[in-house]
Design a protein around this ligand. Sequence first.
Ligand code: CAA
Length: 255
Amino acid sequence: MNPTGNHAAPRLALVTGGIGGLGTEICRQLAAAGRLVVAADLPAKPERLAAFRAATAEFGATIVYRELDVSDHAACAAAMATLEGEHGSVDILVNAAGITRDASLRKMTAAQWHELMRVNLDGVFNTCHAAIDGMTTRGFGRIVNISSVNGQTGQFGQTNYSAAKAAVHGFTMALAREGARKNVTVNTVSPGYCDTPMVAAVPAEIRAQILAGIPVGRLGQPADIARAVAFLTADDAGYLTGVNLPVNGGYFMSF
Ligand code: CAA
C-alpha cells in the first residue's frame, strides 16, 4: 500500500467521457492516486484534445486518450479486451460519459429519448458488461457510475435524463450484489450542478435560479466530484458497495 491506500503496482483505470468536464478531473485525481488512466471518449476536435492534453500534461504518459463510443456494445467489448491484453487487467471503471437532450416531454422527439438512453444508460451496461467478467475472475474491481441529482429529484425538461440517471443507480445496486463476494464494488456518484460545459448550456435565468438553491452557494467544481470517485475506487474501499454518494453542495438532502 502507498500513502493513498492503493496497491503499489499501478492499477489500470478506464474513465469514459474521460476528456469531458468531469472526466478530465477524474483522470487527474486517479493518476494522482497512482493509477494508470485511460481516458476513453468520442473522437474529439483537435482543440478539445489539446485542452485535455494541457490539463493532464503534468501526469505524462500515465494518462492516455483512446477513442471509444460507449453506445457501441461491440466497441466496448473490443476496447476492454485490448486493454486487458496490453496491461493484464482493467481494475477500475468510471462511467462518466453522458449527454443531455433537454426538452419538455410534449416537445421531446423519440430521437432525443433514444440518443440519450443509448449513451447514458446503454453505455453503462456496455462497459460494465465488458469489464465484469475479468474483475470478478481476478477478485478485484472498482466501478463508479456517474448519475445526477436530477435522477434523484427529476428536473423539468429532463424526463429522458432523469429516467436514465435514476436507472443507473438501480443498475449499480444490482451489480453491487453480483460483485460483492469477489471484491468488485459498484457505486454511484450523483453530482449536483457543476461548473462544466453541460451546465453552462442551461439558459442563464434557469441557472441563476438553481444556483440560488444551492446551500453551499456555488456550483460544484469537477474536483469535488473527482474526489468522491477517488475515494470510492481506493483499494481499501472494499466495504463500500451499492452506495449512492451525492455531491451537490446540499442542493438535495436525503437519507
Ligand atoms: N418548472 C415549472 N414550469 C416550468 C419550468 C420549470 N422548471 N420551466 C419552464 N416551465 C414552464 C414555462 O414557464 C412555460 O409555461 P407556460 O406554457 O405557462 O408559459 C412552460 O413550462 C414552457 O414549456 P416548454 O415545453 O415550452 O419549455 P421550453 O421549451 O420553454 O423550455 C427547457 C424547456 C428547454 C427544458 C428549459 O426549461 C430548460 O432548459 N430547462 C433546464 C433543464 C436543466 O436544468 N437541465 C440540466 C442540464 S445540466 C445537467 O443535467 C447536469 C446535471 O446532472 C445536474
